[in-house]
Design a protein around this ligand. Structure first.
Ligand SMILES: C[S@@+](CC[C@H](N)C(=O)[O-])C[C@H]1O[C@@H](n2cnc3c(N)ncnc32)[C@H](O)[C@@H]1O
Length: 272
């Protein structure tokens, strides 16, 4: 089996070897390359060679980072024509997005799939919805009622388009705004907090979202390998007059040699 690099070099032997990433990921008919190198080194020569190798691909994007509260990719198109909106299909669900401006992590695929096995009914509040990256399959495949909160007006428009494309208008409710202010109260059996930078005021909104003060909260962390995320989370919950009845820490992916993406799945109840 030839690697991505070997396959590229077999058709374009004069490409600079040190610039070719180990692999790529696919969103719809677009190839995304990830690299920590400066993007001005990535020329249309690399992009066009990739397009010649993958006839289904229409465009190649290089992404070097993700930034800000909106988690905007830092990326640019290096070859082909990008049609926006891009339609990506995964787990039987459509996602309508702009891959240059909206994040959709391939490394979270297995987490999205696990959620489908874990949340089969009840009501979900997705506090960091994006285009329904975590919660849309629950609505489409498991018929679950979801409230998806998204702060970026640009991303929100794509969330609304994703809801329409999947024909789940009756069970997926997109809400535009800051989840500290607009998260629905007393409705949820499950709350998803799929954002590493959440703070205590957002955890407070998550706890208020739980129906009768009880339910399961999924909170995501990006921390140094081996960190005691369970204690950090339990202390945060306790500081808001609630308690963790039980909890599981699950690794989502290795993010870098030192950092790991975990999700904490916690059964919580308010202390009366
Ligand atoms: C990293 S993306 C995560 C998407 C998805 N939850 C996942 O795990 O793949 C975070 C999303 O949350 C949104 N967001 C950030 N702060 C927010 C806030 N205060 N209220 C609502 N949405 C917020 C961002 O605009 C972005 O679309």
């Amino acid at each position: 089996m030839f690697s991505f690099k070997e396959r590229l070099l077999s058709v374009c032997p004069d490409l600079p070897k040190e610039l070719i990433p180990k692999g790529y990921y696919r969103l719809g008919n677009v190839i995304i390359l990830r690299s920590r190198k400066k993007w001005d080194m990535f020329t249309d020569k690399i992009g066009n060679c990739i397009l010649s190798l993958f006839p289904w691909a229409r465009a190649v994007i290089i992404q070097i980072d993700t930034e800000g509260v909106y988690r905007r990719p830092v990326s640019k198109l290096i070859a082909g024509n990008l049609e926006i909106p891009l339609i990506h299909k995964e787990l039987g669900t459509y996602f309508v997005l702009d891959p240059l401006k909206i994040t959709f992590s391939p490394g979270n695929h297995y987490e999205r799939e696990l959620l489908l096995h874990e949340i089969k009914n009840g009501v979900v509040v997705d506090m960091f919805a994006c285009v329904g990256n975590l919660s849309m399959p629950l609505s489409v495949i498991n018929n679950v009622k979801v409230y998806g909160v998204e702060i970026s007006p640009y991303t929100f428009d794509f969330l609304v388009s994703t809801v329409k494309k999947n024909q789940v208008r009756t069970r997926y409710v997109p809400i535009l705004g800051d989840n500290r202010k607009v998260t629905p109260v007393n409705v949820a059996d499950y709350v998803l907090m799929g954002y590493f930078g959440w703070d205590l005021s957002q955890l407070r909104s998550a706890l208020r979202a739980l129906r009768s003060g009880k339910g399961v909260v999924y909170s995501h962390y990006l921390v140094p390998r081996g960190s005691d995320v369970a204690s950090i989370f339990i202390n945060a919950v306790n500081s808001l007059s609630a308690e963790v009845i039980d909890l599981e820490v699950r690794k989502v992916k290795s993010f870098s040699p030192r950092k790991v993406h975990y999700v904490i799945i916690a059964n919580i109840q308010h202390v009366s």
